[in-house]
Design a protein around this ligand. Structure first.
Ligand code: SF4
Length: 474
């Protein structure tokens, strides 16, 4: 049996090129590693059409050359239009191959996904065990699918069937290391906003899940839980050592929703990195709360070069509507401490959330400058399926008629999706572009950036960042 896991091309079909870098499809590497371990007789390959810059027709030809029995495609909302088209082409070229989709979009909207796409199956939520069971069932011959937890499919009448949810994997250390040997690691690079070295870089996952419940975020739906499950420090650092020794990768972008949730674990990871003498650099996400100087120092000593905070808004009312639960004064003090230690700081902000006005956007830009972060990422509010904002937008008729899934990208030149009563889509776009210009084109900021250059990659970051700003149309 042959299983092909596919990352569909996205930038070619929408999105602002380069703003997300070219990231390894880590979820596919996990799936491949798990199926390969559980079923040694199954041949598994990964085709990253996005990183290779393939057109759908080229992707289909490459896939057909492998003659897979099962094709698995990862689908978030912004890439879903592309996945619909690619699936149709795959089904036409290889009618006997089954197609299964996984990822945030099918997990949030299983019935609608099956109605809009020709895929045979959906894997909902955490995919490793479900995909493995599906591959086993297909290898054994056609049987029913109703007892595979976490699977959705169409019955004989074409009606969508969504099985019981798959229980979460409690011990993440029990998973094999992601199969980086199945991708070309030289193709991947982080966005300039997350690049902290001139060498190769990769995504790495240290935990799954988030206990918070921010209105715009679909993490709780994707993980089907508000619980954080974490890998042990030993298991994580083993993977980092494998990346250094086997793939020559010494820079990491921690893909976790909330890396700094558990101080003791963070300190244990930092200590182990130091004990093993790993010369690595890394970037992680953090809540700007309860992050003390001792932890920041340990992180810096273990290679942390950038902290990424979700601040989201400068308006207390908007923060409350988002249920963001952040104290801006506390955020300021954590960011100042990180800046003082020489850890680059990055903050994300959302423009156009329900309740937004021109004044609240101005407040957000003022707060971004006041926080004194090195990088401010401004996104346009997008009602991602699986989030409370999606529910609210649908209940109030705030989804722009005719919006395509690729329009849900929070940074794109497409027309955005969320129509709120207080600001028009055009006005939000104008305020978003103005926020970017106001933050980045300050003479003092530019001078500070130029004076802080110590390494070649920082010059590359500046040029790439400028290029992305230029690609964002007015
Ligand atoms: S935005 Fe971040 S903190 Fe909020 S729910 Fe999502 S992952 Fe958690």
């Amino acid at each position: 049996m042959r299983v092909l896991l596919l990352n569909a091309a996205f930038n070619r079909y929408g999105g602002v090129q380069g703003h997300g870098g070219a990231q390894i499809p880590l979820n596919l590497c996990y799936l491949a590693a798990y199926v390969r371990r559980q079923r040694p007789g199954v041949e598994v390959r990964i085709l990253d059409a996005e990183a290779e810059g393939l057109r759908h027709e080229q992707t289909v030809e490459r896939a057909a050359g492998f003659a897979p029995d099962l094709v698995g495609i990862t689908a978030n909302t912004c890439v879903f239009d592309s996945v619909i088209d690619l699936t149709a082409l795959l089904k036409r070229r290889m009618p006997s191959a089954k197609v299964v989709l996984g990822g945030s979009h099918p997990t949030a909207l299983p019935e609608r996904t099956l109605a809009e796409c020709q895929a045979d199956f959906l894997v909902l939520g955490e995919g490793e065990i479900t995909l493995n069971e599906l591959a086993g069932r297909l290898a054994e011959g056609p049987n029913g699918w109703g007892d595979i937890a976490g699977l959705a499919f169409r019955d004989a009448e074409g009606k969508a069937v969504v099985n019981a949810p798959r229980p979460l994997i409690e011990d993440l250390d029990s998973l094999p290391m992601p199969a980086r040997d199945l991708v070309d690691n030289s193709l991947y690079y982080p966005p300039p906003t997350k690049n902290v070295s001139s060498g190769r870089s990769t995504l790495i996952s240290t935990s799954r899940g988030c206990p918070f419940h921010c209105g715009f975020c679909s993490a709780n739906t994707v993980w089907m839980s508000r619980r954080i499950r974490s890998r042990s420090a030993g298991n994580l650092v083993e993977e980092m050592a494998e990346c250094v020794g086997r793939y020559g990768i010494a820079s990491f972008n921690f893909a976790d929703e909330f890396f700094t949730a558990d101080k003791a674990r963070v300190l244990a990871i930092c200590e182990l990195i130091r004990q093993r003498g790993l010369e690595v650099t890394w970037v992680c996400s953090a809540r700007a709360q309860k992050l003390d100087r001792q932890t920041l120092q340990a992180m810096k000593a273990a290679g942390c070069r950038e902290l990424s905070f979700g601040i989201e808004s400068g308006s207390p009312e908007i923060l409350q509507r988002m249920d963001k639960r952040i104290d801006l004064e506390e955020a300021k003090s954590v960011i100042s401490a990180a800046n003082a230690l020489g850890i680059r700081t990055h903050a994300g902000f959302i423009i156009g959330y329900p309740g937004e006005t021109a004044e609240t956007v101005r407040q957000t830009v003022r707060v971004a400058k006041w926080l004194d972060v090195d990088i401010a990422a401004f996104w346009i509010a997008s009602p991602l399926p699986g989030s409370r904002l999606w529910e609210e937008a649908n209940a109030n008729g705030w989804i722009r008629p005719g919006a395509r899934w690729s329009d849900f990208s929070p940074l794109s030149n497409n027309r955005s999706v969320l129509t709120i009563p207080t600001l028009s889509i055009d006005r939000i776009r104008q305020l978003h572009r103005r926020a970017l210009r106001s933050f980045y084109f300050r003479p003092r900021y530019i001078l500070r950036k130029l004076l802080s250059i110590r390494h070649g990659y920082q010059i590359a970051n500046l040029f790439k960042g400028l290029l992305i700003l230029m690609r964002i149309r007015k």
